[in-house]
Design a protein around this ligand. Structure first.
Ligand code: FAD
Length: 544
């Protein structure tokens, strides 16, 4: 991706004067130290996963310069976060908190309002404050990555403790949890697995939720609810506070873990397969997030660009994908299921037997013995992830395009065959219309199914970007018309998605607005995040 030319003057927040901005920067430098304030004056570099920028969205969906910060501040403690929040109120400057900013596919580290000051909590607030091997819990600051937590648990010799990891282990445990991210052990719903938060409110007060509000307690990480209204939810996917600590529960090692793989021949059998998965998942025979991936991902995971396999325009035809797949361990198929079973061997064998029998009721299903797979097969990365071991292999499919970037379409449905088919057809229609390959995966949480479509595009090509954006908007609108909503979305699509949750004359958004106006009267904290705009921005053409 070409870099922009060196900008001589930093970007300033929209509607702000340069002299006021300069005064504000001088003031924050005095409060937290000049070395902990960085102006966004260097060329924008997209980097890659491990060297991602904290100035903009590395996977830009629009012009690279659209969603950018003016500066970044690096607090070292909750007290410094309080100073920053009070400073932002004094200067009425928009701030945007990130933990590590690896939210790639959902907006990365970018703020929604151009020129906001990024509060990067991940650089200096990196403490693992507690790991309790008896209650299997921990207390973390925002800069603790899945890798760091995993390594610390190993180095302390707590072999009986597992963590839960998403596809990639470089993100922040706290950042992922407040965005309600998911991983792949039985503790995969991260919000559900958390217990207790410390939050700096937009006016600078600090609260602890749940048992954390009771001085002298030793149950903050044990019992999430405490007494009275349960507040934690409003600090996720919102702009109501900056979370500075989070408690997480850790899964005890179940006594063994083993992956399995099954392929299904026909694309149109999607509904049948999902009907087979649902009862197994709800009965907990399948104990972790079940993942059924389209065969295109098996091909993309080889890490070669799409042009290596197919020269034509538009989506690579299914026949061509199946032809390539027939040379791979998965064989000629349309869908690949990656799963895991847990517990001692006799328990695992019993669950594998039940699952295999159920899967093989779908004509053309093929159970692939674990032992038959080469050690460098993606299967073993999935097995690790499902056993709480962080990995990076999932990055391979980004090579599908030059300057490979992606954006997630993430609607939630019931784990029903007819729903999966409806979403699959919506995605297919829009991908064809926008000449993009569709990378769908059905991920069954428990009673909910995330129909995740990873859309890979070339961020160096304005046409590819425009198509990706158009495709996303089209899918969101069509899915909503069928009664489906997204569980999470890219920063730029948040207004559209929030607008689909409109029951009773947008009553839910009006409730959010009431909370926002009360907690953040100056509208300084992450304006526009998840479609929630402070009063001074609301209905002034910020919404997309
Ligand atoms: P951040 O980027 O730090 O935080 C995310 C957002 O939460 C921020 O933008 C901010 O708005 C808010 N936030 C962060 N910290 C705070 C705070 N302290 N207070 C208030 N608000 C805050 N995600 C999954 O969940 N599961 C997956 O399996 C998964 N697979 C992926 C695969 C690929 C190939 C890629 C590229 C991405 C994937 N992601 C997945 C998305 C993303 O990489 C992860 O969710 C990642 O953990 C998010 O980045 P982060 O942890 O650094 O969070």
């Amino acid at each position: 991706v070409p870099r922009t030319e060196n900008v001589e003057l930093p970007i300033i927040p929209t509607g702000y004067s340069r002299s006021r901005f300069n005064s504000a920067i001088e003031a924050i430098e005095l409060l937290i130290g000049r070395q902990n304030v960085e102006l966004n004056v260097k060329p924008l570099v997209d980097g890659w996963y491990l060297e991602h920028p904290n100035t903009h969205d590395a996977f830009h969906l629009v012009e690279q310069e659209e969603l950018v910060s003016s500066a970044t501040v690096y607090p070292a403690s909750t007290e410094e976060v309080v100073h920053i929040v009070k400073w932002a109120n004094q200067y009425e400057i928009p701030i945007y908190p990130i933990s590590m900013g690896r939210n790639l596919g959902y907006g990365g580290a970018a703020p929604r309002v151009r020129g906001s000051v990024i509060v990067d909590l991940g650089k200096r607030m990196t403490k693992i404050l507690d790991i309790d091997p008896d209650t299997c819990t921990c207390l973390l600051e925002p800069g603790v990555s899945f890798y760091a937590l995993y390594e610390e648990i190993q180095s302390r010799g707590h072999k009986h403790l597992w963590i839960d990891v998403p596809d990639l282990g470089g993100g922040s445990v706290l950042g992922n949890t407040v965005d309600r991210g998911v991983g792949y052990t039985p503790y995969g719903n991260h919000y559900e697995a958390h217990s207790g938060m410390e939050v700096v409110l937009p006016t600078g007060e600090v609260i602890r939720t749940g048992m954390g509000a009771l001085p002298g307690n030793n149950t903050w990480q044990i019992f999430p609810y405490g007494f009275g209204p349960y507040a934690d939810g409003i600090f996720t996917q919102s702009n109501f506070g900056i979370v500075t600590k989070i408690g997480m529960t850790l899964m005890p090692n179940p006594g063994g873990s083993e992956g399995f793989m099954c392929t299904f021949k026909e694309e149109e059998d999607l509904a049948k397969i999902v009907e087979v998965i649902r009862p197994l998942r709800i009965r907990n025979i399948l104990e972790n997030v079940a993942q059924l991936k389209h065969v295109v991902q098996e091909v993309a995971l080889l890490g070669k660009p799409r042009s290596h396999w197919y020269k034509g325009k538009g989506a690579v035809p299914l026949e061509r994908l199946r032809e390539i797949a027939s040379t791979l361990p998965c064989g000629d198929c349309s869908w690949v299921y990656y799963g895991n079973v847990y517990g001692p061997k006799e328990h695992r064998d019993e669950k594998l037997k039940i699952t295999r029998e159920a899967f093989e009721t779908v004509p053309g299903a093929r159970w692939i013995p674990r032992e038959s797979l080469p050690r460098d097969h993606y299967f073993f990365s999935r097995e690790n992830i499902a056993s709480g071991v962080p990995e990076f292999e999932e990055l391979r499919w980004l090579n599908w395009h030059e300057n490979g970037s992606h954006v997630f379409f993430s609607p939630v449905s019931a784990p029903r065959g007819e729903d999966a088919l409806k979403l699959f057809n919506i995605a297919k229609k829009w991908h064809q219309e926008c000449e993009l390959d569709s990378f769908p995966a059905c991920c069954v949480g428990l009673r909910e199914m995330y129909f995740i479509v990873n859309m890979v595009y070339d961020r160096g090509d304005p046409v590819s970007k425009a198509n990706a954006y158009r495709c996303m908007r089209g899918m969101i609108a069509d899915a909503a018309a069928e009664g489906f909503g997204e569980y999470r979305t890219h920063l730029l699509l948040a207004d559209q998605v929030a607008g689909t949750y409109s029951w009773n004359n947008n009553a839910l958004m009006q409730f959010h607005n009431t909370i926002k106006d009360s907690l953040d009267p100056n509208g300084i904290l992450a304006p526009g995040r998840n479609g929630i705009w402070p009063k001074k921005y609301r209905n002034k053409s910020w919404e997309l």
